[in-house]
Design a protein around this ligand. Structure first.
Ligand code: HGY
Ligand code: MN
Ligand code: MN
Ligand code: MN
Length: 428
């Protein structure tokens, strides 16, 4: 029964590419910055509109929709054995400032279309299939990435920290969540944690955000592991003063301390001995930020990752060491050195890798095993469910910028591999 039903599913897989492209374009217009850039930040008015757009598409696909206290949204296609653990898929639709329109979106709209593809083919799921829109994968507003999936994976420390978390405008997490219609009647987020065994598998479709698939002319990436991300917040404080009147020997310039630490991050990463180590200072703010005032305060946020957790942790300790050495040498105060997150890598489940390989082969699509250097909600879903990721090529590997692009053919290939993989996992 399982083999025949899959093979007739195979022959009838058809993606409504035009509609999917229209949905991607329409969703990208729900943005706080002008096209071709997309900016869509957690719990903002554009985010709420985008959620409504997705919930409507879920309902049009016959999915029953529920939302949890922080706005993770679940669209469920009931299976004929509803008591079995469901198969899940999904991604995010929040977008960092001035980014692109495919990161995350392909894995949400593509997942809904994968359900439509299976319905059109006459497939009937044994295990229910759920599409998850994770409430916020990007760290933009509250400084922590994968906020929704971390909570689903049982993030006790995060649930506690969110009670006192505020954004850059001093708006509290709960105030923002309530303004978007969530967190109505409780400050206790433990009911967001998924019960053990809720899902038998989780598979995320995502653009590669790297150049390999396009360079090698390969249609599908099968992710074997997701690199270990970490982020650090640092503040230096000095006396500041008049840019003209304070002579150089009398200065303790917090801005130069920040600049020196940023270069130290690069040095520690490059001396790690591996091309897999990366480090970025994506935020560097100087206070008061006036040309003729010596910075009295500097704020940096450091992102460092590696596929090898131990090597990444060595880099973090070297950065910590450099921050205090620089502070001492320059006579500034290291007023904050805070590790925001320091996560282990995640490995994909063997059986899901096999299902994704078989689906790509069934569809005569070239495919290769690869690691994900970007993190994803899958990194945390892997803590509560067997996990797998499907990558599609994207133009020159561009991502987190407006030039991000994936062709509708590549997206359709990804949707078909996702559909077939979900079908195989659902009848297991
Ligand atoms: O930064 C990341 O890896 C993800 O795209 N938020
Ligand atoms: Mn991203
Ligand atoms: Mn993403
Ligand atoms: Mn990501």
């Amino acid at each position: 029964e399982s083999h025949s039903c899959i093979s007739n599913t195979l022959s009838a897989l058809s993606v409504d590419a035009q509609t999917l492209q229209n949905q991607i374009d329409e969703l990208s217009s729900l943005s706080d910055t002008p096209a071709p850039s997309v900016t869509r930040i957690l719990y903002t008015e554009k985010d709420v509109l985008a959620r409504r757009f997705i919930k409507n598409l879920m309902r049009l696909s016959g999915l029953s929709v529920r939302e949890d206290a922080v706005g993770n949204i679940f669209g469920r296609w009931e299976g004929h054995e509803p008591e079995l653990a469901a198969v899940a898929t999904g991604s995010h639709i929040d977008a960092i400032p001035f980014s692109g329109k495919y990161d995350g979106v392909v894995g949400v709209l593509g997942a809904i279309e994968a359900i439509n593809v299976l319905k059109r083919s006459g497939f009937k799921p044994k295990r229910a299939i759920e599409v998850i829109l994770f409430t916020s994968e990007e760290p933009t507003r509250f400084g922590i990435g994968c906020l929704g999936s971390r909570l689903l994976a049982g993030g006790e420390a995060l649930a506690k920290a969110l009670k006192t978390t505020v954004d850059g405008q001093n708006i509290s997490f709960f105030y923002a969540a309530r303004s978007a219609g969530y967190a109505k009647d409780q400050d206790d987020l433990s009911n967001v944690f998924l019960k053990k065994g809720t899902y038998s598998a989780f598979v995320e479709l995502h653009i590669e955000q790297g150049p390999i698939l396009e360079e090698e002319g390969i249609s599908i990436g099968i992710v074997t592991a997701i690199a270990a991300p970490a982020s650090i917040k640092v503040e230096f404080e000095g006396n500041g003063g008049h840019a003209g009147a304070v002579l150089m020997p009398n200065r303790n310039d917090a801005g130069l301390a920040a600049a020196e630490l940023a270069l130290a991050v690069e040095r520690h990463v490059l001396e790690s001995g591996s091309i897999d180590s990366v480090g970025t200072v994506g935020i560097l703010e100087l206070h008061p930020g006036a040309i003729n005032s010596i910075p009295s305060k500097s704020h940096l946020e450091i992102d460092t990752r590696d596929i090898d957790e131990g090597r990444r942790n060595i880099i973090i300790e070297k950065i910590r060491q450099s921050a205090s050495t620089i502070a001492k040498n320059r006579g500034v105060r290291l007023s904050e050195f805070k590790i925001i997150n320091q996560d282990p890598p995640a490995l994909s489940e063997k059986s899901i890798i096999e299902a994704m390989k078989a689906s790509s082969a069934d569809l005569n699509l070239t495919h290769k095993l690869m690691i994900s250097r970007a993190y994803h909600d899958s990194l945390f879903m892997a803590r509560v469910s067997p996990m797998g990721m499907i990558f599609i090529p994207c133009y020159k590997g561009y991502s987190h910028k407006p030039e991000e692009f994936s062709s509708i053919d590549d997206i359709s290939n990804g949707v078909k591999v996702l559909a077939l993989t979900l079908a195989k996992l659902s009848i297991q």
